[in-house]
Design a protein around this ligand. Structure first.
Ligand code: HEC
Ligand code: HEC
Length: 170
């Protein structure tokens, strides 16, 4: 009995956490006609997070929007241009992140941060933080839950790297 209740609570917790994450991702996007189109035209079949988690070039976004139109998204030419412009401006290629990531200290783990921790936000989220080993472990688990592509086997290396370079300030 206890087990059933525990599982139920865990499930609710996970649902709430995912919902909050999705909301945060969508709210970070600036207001504008592009955001309105995104909310009106791109959420009928799947969650908006499928869109906000993606990073792509202009060609990439144009292709995605075209595919979505083929599968049923209703956008006229002008709306397509507005939306693609908006997506490129706000969810452009992760190119900006690697430039900033150039400043990451060398070491085993750097590669993981570059590959896995700059897909959704700037590397500054990582480099501005000062956490203990336990706190970094908690952050990495949370990021994995929200979709960071980190293998379980990479976690110890990553946490060591983060703690060594971005540990607590005295
Ligand atoms: C008529 C239904 C429908 C609408 C409306 C729709 N999509 Fe999709 N979308 C899909 C389906 C089906 C998939 C593929 C299944 C999946 O990945 O869940 C998908 C997947 C995606 C993906 C992930 C795959 C990829 O190419 O990276 C993105 C991004 C995406 N859609 C963006 C959009 C955008 C932007 C809009 C608004 C212009 C939109 N979608 C509107 C049906 C739709
Ligand atoms: C799938 C998207 C995604 C990926 C990939 C991702 N993050 Fe995040 N991260 C988020 C979101 C959304 C937030 C803001 C919400 C929050 O704080 O949990 C965030 C916030 C953060 C924060 C600031 C909040 C805090 O708790 O201090 C840190 C630090 C962080 N991420 C580190 C990382 C690290 C390290 C990685 C690589 C293992 C990573 N992120 C990969 C989505 C992601």
């Amino acid at each position: 009995m206890k087990w059933t209740i525990g599982k139920g609570i865990l499930w609710i917790w996970a649902t709430v956490a995912v919902a909050a994450m999705t909301l945060a991702a969508a709210q970070e996007l600036p207001e504008g006609p592009g955001k309105k189109l995104l909310e009106d035209k791109c959420t009928a079949c799947h969650d908006v997070s499928l869109v906000t988690e993606k990073r792509a070039s202009r060609e990439g976004w144009a292709e995605t929007v075209q595919m979505m139109k083929l599968s049923g998204a209703e956008l006229n030419e002008a709306e397509t241009t507005t939306l693609v412009d908006y997506l490129v401006a706000n969810l452009g290629p992760a190119g900006a992140a690697p430039a900033a990531a150039g400043g990451l200290p060398a070491g085993e783990g750097k590669q993981i941060v570059e590959n896995s921790c700059t897909q959704c936000h700037g590397v500054d989220y990582v480099t501005d933080a000062h956490y203990s080993k336990d706190q970094w472990t908690e952050v990495v688990v949370r990021m994995k839950l929200s979709g960071a592509p980190v293998e379980d086997s990479q976690v110890p290396v990553l946490v060591d790297y983060l703690t060594r370079n971005f540990g607590p300030t005295q």
